[in-house]
Structure formats: structure tokens, C-alpha cells
Design a protein around this ligand. Structure first.
Ligand code: ARG
Length: 458
């Protein structure tokens, strides 16, 4: 017998029973569903829709169900469709007729909107903790490597020298913004939709604020249609999760690249690498690759829900039942990825020598040589041309700018003097980039302090 069976003469087709049931996945919301029902029942008791005893019986019944679900003692029923009706059915089995009163002034539409908000709020907090842990690991790496010189790239071509700390701190800024995005998402989602009913509120004088306060919300939704039909809070989470994954993916891609024989900038710990079934020599960065791959899943979750929502007329439509699997998948994927990237990054061995060697080659000091001329009043465009010619000259001789004699240099410009050689030493080039946000060790130390401060305020 269905909880909504009154107006039906025939039973649901067996195929449909299976097709539309969501209990296989939305059972994950059991805790939130019960929390919400407890708050709703308490409020119904307060306004006299239930007697104090009835409210108490329902609350006790719900608490018992929660304990039993947690103990694994409950088998959910596909026939009861979803977590909301499964819980209500269990309640009635346990406390009798009074259980049938819990749904007074409520619909599964505002109930599911509530559950998903409660669920995401908790998962956002957990995701933030994981992000903070990764951010701290990045900060520690940066602190350790403020004078670890490395090449910076554009177009994957060597560009200018930086430090490993500076490179790492770029990711720190990204993760800091990710934290901000999660915080903003949480703020907007933290309002209670309960009381929206199916779509048009209810004739019962529900105390919406009371329920909201008990459930830790900052307020209530202010339109009953919107309260049940909006999923933009879930979409905001999915976009924040997609951006987090994109950041992790770029970091992982760099680890994959840096651990190649060609780069040898880092050595990944054995614990975060795997071997080949045929090639005995192999040590592959599978974990980093998998995070890169899983990024696609989370983008998919975002696209799926955006697509589900795009054509839906107000208010609730069953299409929206498709929101949960996407949200669950994204939550799991982003959390597992953050969880594994942190120790993977923490345990890398940084090959300072290889990085420093890389920083030296490839004319990474060419801009500095042009700047040298510009500081001696040569217009920068002319300085660029002069150094370009010198680079070409060196390329043909397979040497660096620093290997040229003063005479060779002066052939291109009489402005060059002996002091130029100091100006194009790699370490000097980095130290001279002493501008806020720049790679000089002083400025990176400043950025680390600024970031730690920002983190403390989040
Ligand atoms: N299982 C449904 C969902 O996840 C709950 C709401 C159902 N409401 C309804 N009118 N069929 O969206």
C-alpha cells in the first residue's frame, strides 16, 4: 500500500516501481531527513497541531529509527520509493497512527530540498577542512623552498626564473579562492525551505523560523515556489567542486610532468606511485593521473544537473530527483581527491639541483638582460631587439648569454659594461623581482604570511 495510494485503482507497474524509486541512493540522506522531521514534529507540537505527547512519541520514534539505521539494522523498501517515505513508513510501523501525523503541513518537495541543503552544508564544511589541510602542506613546501630556483614557463617553454616556493604559492592562492567559494556557497544555501509545502506553502500556521533555528539555518527561503524548485545551491557547490578539481588537476599534471625522466624535478613517493605488469622498471604517477581523470567526472556532474534544470517549469518536477547522484558523486570525488593529493604532495622529494639547472638553461635571463639595457636608458623595444640577436648568436654556438665575452656583447650594444654579468645571474634575476606578488624570496615570504593570515580569517 502506497502512502499516496488513495486515488489509485491499480498498482504501479513493476518496471516503474524500480524506475522511479530513489531509495537506492537517497538513503544517504537518512540523517538529514530524520533531523528535519524531528524539528518539524517539535514545531507541530509547539503550535498545537500535535499534542505534546504526540510530538514526543514521534520524536522518540524517529530517534530510534536513526539509531537502527546507523546500526545497519534497517532494510529499506524500494516500494516506499524514497528515504522520506521509507522513514515515515518505519515511523508508523513503530509508533502507530500518530506516525501518520508527522507529514502535516509538509510535502516531500520541501522535505527533499531541506535534506539536500543540510547534507551539502555538512559536506561543504568537510571539504573545507580537506582544502585547508592541503593548503597547509603547500605552505610548508613553500617555506622550505624559498631559495629553490626553478624555471618558470609560458607555452611550456622556459620563460623566466622563479622559485619552487613561488610556484607552489600560486596553488595556495587558488585554493584560498576555492575556500572562499565554498564559504559563499554555504552562506547562500543556509536557509530553510521547510514550510514551502508542495509549492504553495500551507494553511497550518507553521513556525518556519523556529524549525530553521533548530536546524542551524541563518534564515528561511522567501518564496514557496522557489523554496521547492531551486537547486542553484547544489549547482554552486558543483561549480566550486569543478573549479577545485581543475586546480588539483593542473597540480597533478605538473607532478606527472616533473616526475618524468626528462624533467626529474621531483620524485614521487613509492606509496603514491604504481608499477607496470610488464615493464619492470616502471614507476608511474597513477594517483596524480587519476585525480586529473576524475576531474572530468565532476565537470560531468555539473553539466548533468545544469541540463536537468534548464527547461523545468516551476515548481517541483520529478526530473529534480536526478540531482542527488550528481551531488553525491561530486562530493565523494572531490573529497577523495583532496584527501589523496595532500599526502602525495607532502611526500614528494624535490630535486633542487635539477630545478636550478633547468632555471639556468633556455635563456631564462634574457628579459633581465633587456631590462639591464632599459635601465641604462635604451628604449625597451630596442633592448628587446638587441638581446634577441644575442640569443640567436648564442643558439648557433650552443652557449648561454652569460657565456659571452664583454666584447661579443658590446658588438651588439656599446651600453654593455662588466656589471651586466651580475645582472643576469639566475639567483640575482629572481631576487631582483622584488615586487609585491613577485618571486623574490622576500616577497614570497610576504605572500606566505599574507596567505596564513587570510586562512586564519576564513
Ligand atoms: N524522491 C523525490 C526527489 O528526490 C522526493 C520528492 C518527491 N516529490 C514528489 N512530488 N514526487 O526529488
Amino acid at each position: 500500500m502506497k502512502l499516496w495510494g488513495g486515488r489509485f485503482e491499480k498498482s504501479t507497474d513493476a518496471l516503474v516501481e524500480d524506475f522511479h524509486s530513489s531509495i537506492s541512493f537517497d538513503q544517504r540522506l537518512y540523517k538529514q531527513d530524520i533531523q528535519g522531521s524531528i524539528a518539524h514534529a517539535r514545531m507541530l507540537g509547539e503550535i498545537g497541531v500535535l499534542t505534546a505527547e504526540e510530538a514526543q512519541e514521534i520524536i522518540e520514534g524517529l530517534k530510534g529509527i536513526l539509531t537502527d539505521i546507523q546500526a545497519g539494522a534497517i532494510e529499506f523498501e524500494i516500494g516506499a520509493e524514497d528515504i522520506h517515505m521509507n522513514v515515515e513508513k518505519l515511523l508508523t510501523e513503530r509508533v502507530g497512527t500518530v506516525g501518520k501525523k508527522v507529514h502535516t503541513g509538509r510535502s516531500r518537495n520541501d522535505q527533499v530540498a531541506l535534506d539536500l541543503r543540510l547534507f551539502l552544508r555538512e559536506e561543504i564544511d568537510h571539504t573545507k577542512d580537506l582544502l585547508v589541510a592541503l593548503l597547509r602542506t603547500i605552505l610548508n613546501l613553500a617555506k622550505e623552498h624559498q631559495e629553490t630556483w626553478m624555471p618558470g614557463y609560458t607555452h611550456m617553454q622556459k620563460a623566466q626564473p622563479i622559485t619552487f616556493a613561488h610556484h607552489m604559492m600560486a596553488y595556495a592562492q587558488m585554493l584560498l579562492r576555492d575556500l572562499g567559494r565554498l564559504r559563499d556557497t554555504r552562506k547562500r544555501l543556509n536557509v530553510s525551505p521547510l514550510g514551502s509545502g508542495a509549492l504553495a506553502g500551507t494553511t497550518f500556521p507553521l513556525k518556519r523560523e523556529m524549525v530553521a533555528a533548530e536546524l542551524g539555518f541563518d534564515g528561511i527561503t522567501w518564496n514557496s515556489l522557489d523554496g521547492v524548485s531551486d537547486r542553484d545551491f547544489a549547482l554552486e557547490f558543483l561549480s566550486a567542486a569543478s573549479i577545485i578539481m581543475m586546480h588539483l588537476s593542473r597540480l597533478c599534471e605538473e607532478l606527472v610532468l616533473w616526475s618524468t625522466g626528462e624533467f626529474q624535478f621531483v620524485i614521487m613517493d613509492d606509496g603514491y606511485s604504481t608499477g607496470s605488469s610488464i615493464m619492470p622498471q616502471k614507476k608511474n604517477p597513477d594517483v596524480a593521473e587519476l585525480v586529473r581523470g576524475k576531474t572530468g567526472r565532476v565537470y560531468g556532474d555539473l553539466m548533468a544537473l545544469l541540463t536537468v534544470m534548464k527547461g523545468l517549469p516551476l515548481a517541483y518536477n520529478k526530473d529534480m530527483q536526478e540531482d542527488k547522484e550528481q551531488v553525491f558523486d561530486a562530493v565523494d570525488t572531490v573529497q577523495k581527491s583532496l584527501l589523496v593529493v595532500e599526502p602525495m604532495l607532502r611526500t614528494i622529494k624535490v630535486n633542487k639541483e635539477a630545478m636550478a639547472k633547468g632555471a639556468k638553461g633556455g635563456f631564462t635571463n634574457a628579459t633581465d638582460l633587456a631590462d639591464y639595457l632599459a635601465k641604462k636608458n635604451v628604449p625597451f623595444r630596442e633592448a628587446h631587439e638587441i638581446v634577441g640577436k644575442l640569443v640567436l648568436y648564442c643558439s648557433k654556438r650552443s652557449c648561454g648569454l652569460e657565456d659571452l665575452t664583454i666584447e661579443e656583447l658590446q658588438e651588439q650594444s656599446p651600453v654593455f659594461e662588466e656589471d651586466l654579468f651580475t645582472s643576469i645571474g639566475i639567483e640575482y634575476c629572481v631576487r631582483q623581482r622584488n615586487i609585491p606578488g613577485g618571486p623574490s624570496p622576500t616577497r614570497v615570504a610576504q605572500a606566505i604570511a599574507w596567505t596564513e593570515d587570510a586562512l586564519a580569517q576564513l
